[in-house]
Ligand binder design. Structure first.
Ligand code: THU
Length: 130
């Protein structure tokens, strides 16, 4: 199964009764294993969790802390960009050169990288004097 297939499959399980905007994400861990996540909303809106965050949680829960590829899919007019918070979360576990595919359900694709999603990222090196 491709990463796009995995993201497409898990998107069907998204719980998005408030926005009605279903998102699926799939990460490939360094081991080769695939981890899936979908958005899970809440009636208390800020408590909702993005698809990317769910996939990261699945990866870490399985004992991996590095991914080498990411795919995100949604039914949007143009490929959906991860939110700011998710960009920082992705930067925690993916090197800047890691390829990211942003896709739409009607077949559009945008290829980018973890580094391009978050230039000037805050990382552990900034705390070297702490
Ligand atoms: N959402 C994601 O899950 N990932 C993204 O990259 C963009 C937005 C979700 C959050 C919320 O459940 C819905 O899409 C609308 O913002």
């Amino acid at each position: 199964m491709t990463l796009l297939d995995a993201a497409t499959e898990v998107r069907k399980n998204a719980y998005a009764p408030y926005s009605r905007f279903k998102v699926g994400a799939a990460l490939r861990g360094k081991s080769g294993a695939v981890y899936q996540g979908c958005n899970v909303e809440n009636v208390a809106y800020p408590e909702g969790v993005c698809a990317e965050a769910g996939a990261i949680s699945a990866m870490v829960a399985a004992g991996e802390t590095e991914f080498v590829e990411l795919c995100v899919i949604a039914d949007s007019p143009t490929p959906v960009p991860p939110c700011g918070g998710c960009r920082q979360k992705l930067a925690e576990f993916g090197r800047p050169e890691v390829p990211v595919t942003l896709a739409t359900t009607d077949g559009k694709k945008l290829q980018t990288t973890v580094g391009d999603l978050l230039p000037g990222r805050f990382d552990a090196g900034h705390m070297d004097r702490a």
